[in-house]
Design a protein around this ligand. Sequence first.
Ligand SMILES: Cc1ncc(COP(=O)(O)O)c(C=O)c1O
Length: 374
Amino acid sequence: MRLNVPLIDGDELAEITAVLASGMLTQGVRARELEDAVRAVVGTPYAAAVSSATTGLHLALVGLGVGPGDEVVMPAFSFPATANVVVQQGAVPVFVDIEPDTFNMDPRLLEAAITERTAAVMPVHAFGLCADMDPINEIAARHDLPVIEDAACALGGTYRGRDAGSLATAGVFSFHPRKIVTTAEGGMITTASADLAERINVLRTHGAIRGELFMEFVDAGFNYRLSDVHAAIGVAQMRKLDHILSERRRLAAALSERLAAVVGVTPPSAPEHISHAYQSYVVRLADDVDRDGVIRSMRTHDIETTLGTYGMHLQPYFVSRFGESGARFPEATRAHRQTLTLPLYPGMADEDLELIRAGLTASVAENRRDPAPS
Ligand SMILES: Cc1ncc(COP(=O)(O)O)c(C=O)c1O
């Protein structure tokens, strides 16, 4: 059983075939269509299709003027692309610890991480669950800082009734095949700022502005465009978004019910005012369970699992830059070691959920660590 199987059928194939037949392959009308579809869901006036969430996050930083020597505050627990783009700008990622229940940035720790060099705050909506944006925005506003939502996993997730991607200065989604909808590789930046949207638009295409006959290069930009071949896949995927989200939520609830009685496993939870998109279904294993052993045991049951996501501060690059800092981020460190992502995707049957329950029950029992000698 795979971790995720994208919901791809004849629709995507027909859309791709139409683009290939048109001969217009690079960014054009299909990317505009995908942007319109995302704007309609997220509710922002602007959306820009890009080649990945990583390039989208990078563009948002450049568009907001984050540069060498600046600091960007983010949770320690995320896919390292969140921090890498900051490093690529010559800026410094400043980690803060997470809340143990939501796996998101702990807003109570944000203020202390802000310095005179801070140029932006970048909360991550872990696994499709929005970070606690009200206090994050409030603290950022007090320091006059822009906020970029890393909403890579959170298309369709909501916070107090408002959509991920519309909760801050800019939001960035991923269309990688493990995300809510896919374009193979791809991403989308959303914003309500006309100025930022314009800068991103220019930077996305080599820093160029199109004149009557040819382009004029007003900035040293990038080629971060999403092609129309990829966008066409996304257009078909967006038509299925409501179905994908309701299935992910239904399956997550059903799986949580089955796992409730499994000793040593805590299913994911969401605060009342946040609607989880369940891009990933991530459980926490008790501290006396060897998570890596569980991943290996689940393989023998033919069930793919992986860690939740990464304690970025524990990765070799960041250790080499900032030194050992596990003790400074105890919750992110624990989440890095004890979280487990289980398969979840539309089309799973009750029998699949039962296979996961049975496989996990056995795997956890097989991988209890010996109690420490007293
Ligand atoms: C939180 C987060 N941010 C950024 C990314 C990068 O997304 P992409 O693969 O589209 O560049 C990911 C991908 O897994 C992610 O989970």
